[in-house]
Design a binder for this molecule. Structure first.
Ligand code: C2E
Ligand code: MG
Ligand code: MG
Length: 599
């Protein structure tokens, strides 16, 4: 439940982004003119009677150094007794004052003074305490004000803890939804629009797994700062959970305003991040939605921006998409997805689709990548962007990945039995699967059971996997290589800028990430990057696959930049096995494909 106007009900300073760490006593001081030690008691009594707001009067010596304090309550009370005026009125105040006041330096923090007073006795709550600068009196503070301050700070801290993310210092989901609710209410009155960006980092999990959580945390806070830098002062940047961020924009004129911010974010992510002495790259997928056009309810708007974000992921990540009516709305239901996933294997709900890989020079299909799909009983066909991450986080990827491997090998054999040419079968392997002890033994036994020739199996590994325990990784890679299976690095070029590690590992192919191929004709930098990767690949006798090739111009540039193989919508989307089979048999490559098929 979202409480309306949550932030409004709290003290102003509690709404600041961050509670002042621990202010000094200066915040509480009032300047009450001190009296000299030689002043007569009657004069002090008059002072109290004339100034009803003075709760205590400090006493100082000639050098303005405090020597005591007179507290209103006990002093005035003593003088209300019979004859006191006559007997004591003329005495010096030094005979009456409390000789052991609490005296602290002006730099003392509120927390420290609270502790000092508690230790010294609660009577000091009434008398308050004196503050000095270089030993000289500068003011006096009331115990009540101190109590108030402490209580407010506690409240503010509690508010802060409950509404801000401790890691990035950004508003959390609760505060974000609250602000969104208020902004939407305000926009209804003003007939204005509110924009929402839902941002999810690409492959964040790989960093977390391979570099450790400390590294992941630093990465998140650095990204948070970068996102805040892209937004305007008036926008709210929040961290919803994990690697999910949101930005709310008020008074949006049109979709263009959201485009500008999305572009700024994508652009800013091109700069490497410096994390713990390493230079890393990370990209983000962004979905946007507008209120009231797409939804006028905060939770609904978030679900729609999230659906658009998944579209951005499906489009190859590192990009943004706007919500369009009809996009699938899955989010916010992670828990149930997780529960369902536990049953999905038994219920046979997973399927593999296959996307052909083409050798550019001949235009022939030489292999296929197996891509998992989940035919969810209620949600329909789910793409891996919706569930692989959860599978990895829950460990379910281990049994699921094993099923994928078995199924892909089985399909390979089935195709061969149907008279198809042998083609390489590429299977994606998650880091967690790879790190399982006995991973290579499992691969060996699956291949053996299926009857497949190992040379037709290719395992697609991610770059981040190589950053882990190098010796163990190397051992497994060698075992796999000895089995005769091929090894490829998937999404190559994203994440790590240090490529020297490559030489140490027995790798056969690099799959250049789609983000370099997308609009390569418009991005001369990408041409340079692909060329550099090609040169590196060549020097190590690696084959190069361009991923995500959608257009002729991308195909031409990928080829001229040094990629021999391509995979992408230009040829085919991933297809169910039967469809792929007829596609291959009919040799239904695009008729415009400008190569000679006869070879
Ligand atoms: P990936 O391994 O990089 O696979 C390529 C993805 O790009 C596929 O998305 C594919 O459909 C998409 N794609 C291919 N050509 C184009 C194109 O021309 N344009 C665009 N926009 N996209 C294209 P898909 O099937 O949604 O898979 C997403 C990711 O999920 C895969 O990325 C892979 O990392 C992971 N994945 C898929 N199946 C498995 C699996 O069985 N096990 C594991 N561990 N991960 C898997
Ligand atoms: Mg892949
Ligand atoms: Mg890939």
């Amino acid at each position: 439940m979202i409480k309306k106007g949550l932030a409004m009900n709290l003290p102003m300073h509690a709404r600041l982004n961050r509670v002042d760490e621990n202010p000094t006593v200066m915040r509480l001081l009032k300047y009450t003119p001190p009296v000299d030690e030689s002043v007569r008691c009657l004069a002090v009594l008059e002072l109290f009677q004339e100034n009803s707001d003075i709760f205590a009067i400090p006493v100082v010596n000639q050098d303005n150094i405090p020597t005591g304090v007179v507290d209103r309550h006990s002093f005035v009370e003593s003088f209300s007794k019979p004859y006191t005026r006559e007997i004591y009125g003329k005495k010096r105040i030094s005979d009456f004052m409390t000789k052991s006041p609490i005296i602290v330096d002006k730099e003392t923090s509120i927390d420290d003074i609270a502790r000092i007073i508690i230790d010294a006795g609660m009577q000091h709550m009434v008398r308050g305490f004196i503050a000095t600068d270089n030993g000289r009196y500068i003011g006096i503070a009331n115990g009540h004000d101190l109590l108030n301050e402490i209580t407010q700070r506690k409240q503010a801290n509690l508010f802060y803890l409950a509404h801000y993310d401790q890691l990035t210092k950004l508003p959390n989901r609760i505060l974000f939804l609250d602000r969104l609710t208020m902004a939407i209410a305000e926009s209804n009155r003003q007939k204005a629009q509110v924009g929402l960006l839902f941002i999810d980092l690409d492959n964040f999990k790989h960093f977390n797994d391979s570099m450790g959580h400390g590294f992941g945390d630093r990465l998140l806070s650095t990204v948070a700062a970068r996102l805040s830098g892209c937004a305007r002062e008036s926008d709210t940047v929040a961290r919803l959970s994990g690697d999910e961020f949101t930005i709310m924009l008020e008074n949006v004129n049109s979709q263009d305003d959201l485009d500008i911010l999305c572009n700024r974010i994508v652009e800013s992510m091109r700069q490497p991040l410096q994390i713990m002495g390493r230079e890393v790259f990370i990209t983000a997928s962004i979905g946007t939605a507008l209120c009231p056009d797409d939804d006028d309810d905060p939770a609904g708007l978030l679900v729609k921006a999230d659906a658009a974000m998944y579209e951005a992921k499906r489009s190859g990540r590192n990009t943004y998409r706007h919500y369009v009516a009809g996009m699938n709305l899955y989010s916010f239901d992670r828990m149930s997805l997780e529960t369902d996933m536990r049953m999905a294997l038994e219920r046979n709900e997973f399927e593999l689709f296959y996307q052909p890989q083409v050798l550019i020079s001949t235009g022939k299909i030489v292999g296929n990548e197996a891509l998992i799909r989940w035919r969810h009983p209620e949600r329909g066909l789910l793409s891996p962007v919706h569930f692989i991450e959860i599978a990895e986080e829950t460990g379910l990827i281990v049994p699921i990945g094993k099923w994928v491997l078995k199924e892909a090998c089985r399909q390979h054999i089935a195709w061969m039995e149907n008279g198809m040419q042998p083609m390489t079968m590429s299977v994606n392997i998650s880091a967690m699967q790879f790190y399982q002890t006995e991973f290579s033994a499992m691969v060996r036994s699956i291949i053996a059971e299926s009857g497949m020739q190992p040379m037709y199996l290719e395992l697609e590994l991610t770059e981040s996997l190589f950053m882990h325990d190098v010796d163990a990784v190397l051992k497994t890679l060698r075992e796999l290589h000895e089995l005769g299976v091929k090894l490829a690095i998937d999404d190559f070029g994203t994440g790590y800028s240090n490529l020297s590690y490559l030489r140490r590992f027995p790798i056969d192919r690099l799959k250049v990430d789609q983000s370099f191929i997308r609009h390569i004709e418009r991005e001369p930098v990408n041409v340079e990057i692909v060329r550099a990767i090609a040169a590196l690949g060549k020097s190590m006798s690696l084959e190069l696959v361009a991923e995500g090739v959608e257009t002729d111009s991308e195909l031409a540039l990928a080829h001229s930049s040094g990629c021999e193989f391509v995979q992408g919508y230009r040829f085919s989307k991933p297809l169910p096995a039967a469809q792929l089979e007829s596609w291959v048999k009919e040799n239904r490559l695009n008729p415009d494909y400008p190569t000679d098929y006869s070879r």
